[in-house]
Design a protein around this ligand. Structure first.
Ligand code: GLC
Ligand code: MG
Length: 250
């Protein structure tokens, strides 16, 4: 057994089955004590909603938190987001211009103010409308010279982010900083904004058994032995996947 870099989404991945979460917490806590394993939470939530979840659930203190879909990175002892990452995301990003273009689409309903963060503009979008609207939105953003990415998750959440920032880019940033190899790095997720974390050859990945269709379909198409689709849900699926890859003992 040796140290690994563990990066997990929160809603419906780490969190969702309290009993399995308690078991996973125990295993990860022990692994961190014994081997120095590094824990990272990576969520779409803003700092406000992340703190709410921390109040609601029994969770270990992570070594890093990646919030707002990979656009804010915090190390455990810092209240300020990593300045290097902020600097990396800034070129060419104009939140005002993004919001002005999105305002032309009546079906995009802005999410609450807490979820509108420096490098993320977020909306609710109904699943039935999404297939027609998404390409139109992307082309409007592009026509206006905005180099951004649009990420749709769980049939309801739409995030517009700088091109350079998402959960996957944040994983690579931490992996490089911590000098962790692909076979000692594992990501876990359940929905659309997690897809960017699953990078063949760069890390191992666990798709929990309750994953949304967009991630399942992506996983099926990727056809890579670096990724594992668990049978169990949420933290139970993570445990199953960590054992599958030999990060934890069976
Ligand atoms: C979280 C965030 C929300 C985002 C969604 C998908 O629910 O609070 O702003 O749209 O994740 O990334
Ligand atoms: Mg999730």
């Amino acid at each position: 057994m040796a140290k690994f870099l563990f990066i997990t989404d929160l809603d419906n991945t780490l969190v969702g089955d309290d009993e399995a979460l308690a078991e996973l917490n125990q295993a990860l806590h022990q692994h961190r004590e014994d081997h120095g394993t590094i824990l990272v939470y990576s969520t779409g939530r803003s700092p406000v909603l992340y703190q709410e979840l921390r109040q609601e659930k029994e969770m270990l203190d992570p070594d890093f938190t990646v919030l707002a879909v990979g656009t804010l990175i915090y190390s455990q002892n810092s209240e300020e987001p990593d300045p290097e990452w902020v600097e990396f995301l800034s070129p060419g990003w104009s939140r005002e211009e993004v919001v002005a273009i999105a305002a032309h689409f009546a079906d995009l309903v802005p999410q609450p103010p807490s979820e509108q963060t420096a490098f993320k503009a977020s909306y609710f979008l109904e699943e039935t409308v999404a297939p027609q609207l998404l390409p139109q939105l992307e082309s409007a953003l592009q026509k206006n010279g905005l180099d951004v990415q649009v990420i749709y998750s769980s049939g309801q959440d739409l995030d517009i982010l700088p091109r350079r920032g998402n959960k996957g880019a944040a994983v690579q940033f931490l992996q490089k900083r911590l000098e962790m190899s692909p076979d000692r790095t594992v990501v876990c997720g359940d929905s659309g904004n997690d897809i960017a974390m699953f990078q063949p050859g760069v890390n191992r990945g666990v798709v929990v058994g309750n994953a949304k269709p967009e991630l399942r379909e992506w996983h099926e198409a990727s056809n890579s032995a670096d990724f594992y689709l668990a049978k169990a849900h949420c933290a139970g699926g993570i445990l199953e996947g960590l054992r599958h890859f030999g990060f934890l003992q069976p």
